[in-house]
Design a protein around this ligand. Structure first.
Ligand code: HEC
Length: 478
């Protein structure tokens, strides 16, 4: 996705450059507007924390964002905000909340160009004699269940604190009162008070199996079609509420939604591989290298990774090495913020064959206290033949796909990669006029268009970047 957008931006720079080399720079630094690009970035990456009653000061209105623009620029450039440690370019993750290079460019050039609000269209588009123009601002719907209405909703309250050591984690037991075995295909959490909760992880209390985690930017876990966790009758769910370094219970009272597969189906079950990284010999320059590895005894689909992180954590690398020596990096995360524990959910299951060696390498600061038993990482898997690689359900329902209207001219069609380069006008609420590549929902649609065609189309925002749907040719190329 990132490479995709990077290439797209490169292309638009290039085209503008051709049009007028002298004009290009000034134009680019002033086309980004709050009402379009900035609001879009805030909606997708920031307002789940930066809201009234949220974890941090609100970044909703133009005024709030304008006032913070230099810090926003700085935090975006050094990737301090939004908090996300996985380096792009390895496994594609469904819960990725990192800014793309293009978004970082937008935020920094917006700040450097004195943070324009809009082109004045708010004032020119007033319907005759109507009241005040609509004010554009970011928003987030905290009440919406992304996965739909849960089959079972359970209260989670942290008064039954079984607090462990001097951590900020409270463990709470929840009883779903299951009288028979059930298949759990997903879960979603709604915190009661968003101001103090950084992460909540859910486990089967009796077996310790990890069931998924809530983070402010990804409130659910949803398994691929045909896969589920087995919850035995009488099982309890244990919730670990992490207040990100704040001490003592936060008085959390949230709501856990469970989604069951139909009892008529027999899904494939999820099982965990537990790896404990421990100190390896050597480890140069004040940094300690911790390793763990296992050889897969059967074909295995990797669904998610849930590393525990301790103070001093620097990086995590997970790799799969095939018997022929070739390797695939599944995850590389660095500068990991301790305050934001997160699992890494693969957008599609990663199918690995029997005999593959799965390894974890973590780096910790030289003075980090590593427990004798090592530091655990849960690898959530589904054993057996490769699962269909269709988009995991999770990534198709991510953060409310939005739809916009585009009118433009096709510059080129790449049927090989299923992409089309479009020069388009302003897309209100989404982005300014520019030339960039888009994917399409149905590659066959590309058969009916050629370079030079004028088109109208929907632009749909998705986890894998914006793509076109319902392309209509409104003027054939001559
Ligand atoms: C997961 C929650 C979360 C998300 C998502 C998030 N922030 Fe923050 N942000 C915080 C918290 C908490 C603080 C205050 C403490 C800190 O600095 O870590 C903060 C602080 C800031 C600050 C203050 C300066 C600073 O560095 O301390 C800025 C500016 C900021 N965030 C911008 C953003 C922007 C822009 C986005 C989206 C691109 C974003 N944040 C996404 C939680 C979040």
């Amino acid at each position: 996705v990132r490479a995709h957008l990077g290439a797209a931006l490169g292309a638009s720079y290039l085209l503008l450059g051709c049009a007028s080399a002298a004009f290009a720079h000034a134009q680019l630094t002033t086309t980004v507007q709050f009402d379009r690009e900035v609001v879009h970035i805030l909606d997708n990456h920031c307002v789940m924390c930066h809201a009234d009653g949220g974890l941090a000061f609100p970044l909703l209105t133009y005024e709030q964002t304008y006032a913070a623009r230099w810090q926003i620029r700085q935090d975006a450039l050094n990737r301090h905000m939004a908090p996300w440690a996985a380096v792009p370019g390895y496994g594609e993750l469904a819960n990725d909340n990192g800014l793309t290079q293009r978004e970082i460019d937008f935020l920094s050039s917006w700040a450097e160009s004195y943070g324009p609000r809009n082109n004045g269209q708010v004032y020119t588009r007033i319907a005759l004699g109507s009241a005040a123009p609509p004010v554009v601002q970011a928003h987030f719907d905290f009440s919406r269940w992304v996965l739909g209405t849960p089959d079972l909703r359970l209260p989670v309250a942290d008064r039954a604190v079984v607090s462990g050591a001097a951590t900020a984690v409270q463990r709470v037991s929840v009883d779903p009162k299951l009288s028979s075995d059930r298949w759990l295909r997903g879960l979603e959490y709604h915190p009661g008070d968003r101001r103090g909760v950084h992460a909540v992880s859910f486990f089967v209390q009796e077996t310790g199996q990890w069931l998924g985690s809530w983070t402010p930017w990804h409130p659910y876990m949803s398994l691929p079609e045909g896969v589920a966790y087995r919850l035995a009758a009488g099982s309890h769910i244990s919730a670990e509420i992490d207040s990100g370094g704040a001490s003592g219970p936060v008085g959390e009272r949230g709501s856990l939604g469970l989604y069951f597969a139909s009892p008529q189906t027999t899904p494939r079950s999820v099982s965990d591989i537990m790896l404990h990284v421990n100190v390896a010999a050597g480890g140069a320059g004040g940094s300690r290298k911790l390793v763990a590895a296992t050889t897969l005894e059967q074909d295995t689909n990797i669904l998610a990774l849930q590393p525990q992180i301790l103070p001093g954590v620097q990086s995590i690398e997970v790799a799969a090495r095939r018997p022929d020596g070739t390797a695939q990096i599944l995850l590389f995360a660095k500068d990991i913020p301790l305050a934001w524990p997160t699992p890494y959910l693969f957008a599609r299951p990663v199918a690995l064959a029997k005999g593959v060696r799965l390894s974890v390498i973590e780096h910790y600061g030289g003075d980090a206290a590593v427990p004798a038993a090592g530091i655990p990482m849960t690898v959530s898997t589904c054993a057996g033949p490769a699962l269909a690689t269709q988009q995991a359900h999770a990534s198709t329902v991510t953060a409310a796909a939005q739809r916009f209207k585009l009118t433009g001219t096709i510059k080129s069609v790449d049927t090989q990669s299923g992409r089309v380069l479009v020069q388009h006008g302003d897309i209100p609420g989404f982005m300014g006029a520019m030339t960039m590549f888009y994917g399409v929902d149905k590659p066959e649609e590309l058969q009916k268009v050629t370079a030079g065609d004028r088109i109208q189309s929907d632009v749909v925002t998705g986890a894998a970047g914006p793509y076109l749907e319902n392309i209509q040719v409104i003027g054939k190329a001559r």
